[in-house]
Design a protein around this ligand. Sequence first.
Ligand code: UDP
Length: 369
Amino acid sequence: MLKNILIVGAGFSGAVIAERLSKTKKYNIVVIDKRVHIGGNCHTEIDPETKILVHKYGPHIFNTNNLNVWNYIRTFGKFNNFTNRIKVNSRGSIYSFPINLHTINQFFNVSLSPSEATQLIDKKRDKSIIKARNFEEQALGMIGRDLYEAFIYGYTKKQWGCDPELLPASILKRVPVRFNYNDNYYDKLYQGIPEQGYSKIIENMLDHKSIRVVTDTPFNSSFDTSSFDHVFYTGPIDSFFDYKYGKLGYRTVTFEEERTIGDYQGNAVINYADLDVPYTRIHEHKHFAKKANFGKTIYFKEFSKETEIDDEPYYPKRLKDDKESLEKYQKDIEKKQNFTFLGRLGTYRYMDMELVISEALRISRNFKI
Ligand code: UDP
């Protein structure tokens, strides 16, 4: 007798669980998603006018050191060899980013070698900070006030909507500082973007006779799960419990879309570090493709704001109050039989795609009913 499985959410977490369980031939699987499309925030679409592959919820560049994950994901579609090299606009000038030897030489108007630049930054950084208690201390202890104020402070305040002193140091650890000319945004072995988009990859993962996908179907506390032997829930924890311990803080992003002919900014992503520019970055999606020879172009100004009830949650803030509520929700989750909470929203953690996939692979490997 086949067991019935419900998966809430057709993003990467849900798709990996569905795909892995479908191969065991032991389950009937239903995947629901409140949106009209699959793919979650990785959803991509070909823009009908320009034929450019658009990342509808902002740029997603797959990057991983995990060969298992890299091999697994590429069985569902070909990846191009896009490498993320971004630029940053600070006080009206364009710099290389993440902070590297080029940025340091541009910013201080010098031509230092790696060891000279290391010495310069060592003089500038705040050596009294041994163990950073927050984001700002982490930055000041690593690069000093000049670089912090030029490249990090404004962007971070716009991105998170609060003073960087209130944020955890871990957020900054995602961005490297280098004393060479390597401007690859990620320190990872494998990187790229699916040539036909993420939604095609996820469509291929869900393409199995034991999987039924139902979009435009929200999950809420009145949803009847009694016919399912197990539920994998990848939506927000607080909404699952009707916000009984309060709303968990998320930042969301909104986009202003513009179109023109030719090439708008000459690069896929340019960040805007200054507080008086209201957006955090501009992404021009044709540069994510292998050949960017489209006649027209489409680009998005990205704005960050607090998540309201109808907004899509993006970045878990994990401030002190959030963590207290989260602990209460986690106690309730432990008591819930036949439910697994997973993914970025289901665990309320910042997770990139590789971590989402590796955790879902592990959960499906250990799943037995
Ligand atoms: N950051 C910054 N300036 C930049 C880019 C990033 O200050 O030009 C900081 C910012 O606080 C951001 C963090 O570094 O939240 C992590 O950056 P990452 O690119 O990992 O952000 P994400 O991919 O989560 O948008």
